[in-house]
Design a protein around this ligand. Structure first.
Ligand code: DX5
Ligand code: ZN
Length: 219
């Protein structure tokens, strides 16, 4: 099995100990940092916004992978770009077709990567009208809003569907999965063709972090 990208989700970080932990992750070869933004409206929880990203940005080399779980991403894309986002992903459920296209175009106008995410109850086929414009698809394997939930197995067939479609059409789009990822569910996702594993509670505040990263990455 080939190596996947492991993207720790900052949502599970201990903010009192963040620089220690992020430096440790960077030294262990972690390339992506997943940044979960929640507005208390699109999801029933509030997390953090662009100022936190801006304060972290100069200190790390991570690809800043921003996941907007918010109702009006168009209004915030510029802020996150200016704060240092490398990839901005928003939710397909947030908008109708025309606004999805408008938001993807806005993200691309900043010369950064764009992604679309789907919640567990959204059909994977709904991504098809946009897929040739995407750099990343984020399959939610839990209901977005909280870390530490159990992986939903229906995401596996979505990953496989996307893997086959992307390969068949020779597209350049990463498949990422987010929610309930550990060594076992991560292996299942890899078997179904995932490229990026987002993991929060499995990675943060763990003494055996190095071993856990190795288990997720595979070889
Ligand atoms: C859920 C977030 C996830 C979450 C993952 O709304 O998008 O990134 O933090 O956390 P774990 O890995 O603990 O399920
Ligand atoms: Zn996320």
């Amino acid at each position: 099995m080939s190596k996947v990208i492991v993207a720790p989700s900052l949502l599970s970080g201990d903010f009192n100990n963040l620089s220690v932990e992020l430096t440790r992750m960077q030294n262990l070869g972690i390339k992506y940092l997943h940044f979960d933004v929640m507005d208390g409206h699109f999801v029933k929880n509030i997390s953090f916004g662009a100022p936190i990203l801006k304060s972290l940005r100069p200190h790390y080399d991570f690809v800043m992978d921003v996941h907007l779980m918010i109702s009006d991403p168009l209004a915030y894309v510029k802020q996150f770009y200016e704060a240092g986002a490398d990839i901005i992903t928003f939710h397909l459920e947030a908008y109708d077709h025309d606004k999805i296209i408008e938001c993807l175009n806005l993200i691309k106008s900043f010369n950064i990567k764009c992604g679309l995410s789907i919640k567990p109850n959204t059909k994977v086929e709904e991504l098809i009208p946009y897929i040739d414009q995407l750099d990343l698809i984020l399959v939610m394997s839990v209901e977005p809003g909280w870390g530490g939930q159990s992986f939903m197995e229906n995401s596996l067939f979505k990953i496989k569907f996307l893997r086959d479609y992307i390969d068949e059409h020779k597209l350049n789009c990463l498949i990422s999965v987010d929610g309930g990822i550990n060594d076992q569910t991560g292996t299942l996702c890899k078997e179904h063709g995932v490229d990026v594993l987002v993991a929060g509670s499995y990675l943060f505040n763990k003494d055996d972090l190095e071993q856990r990263i190795i288990l997720l990455e595979g070889n």
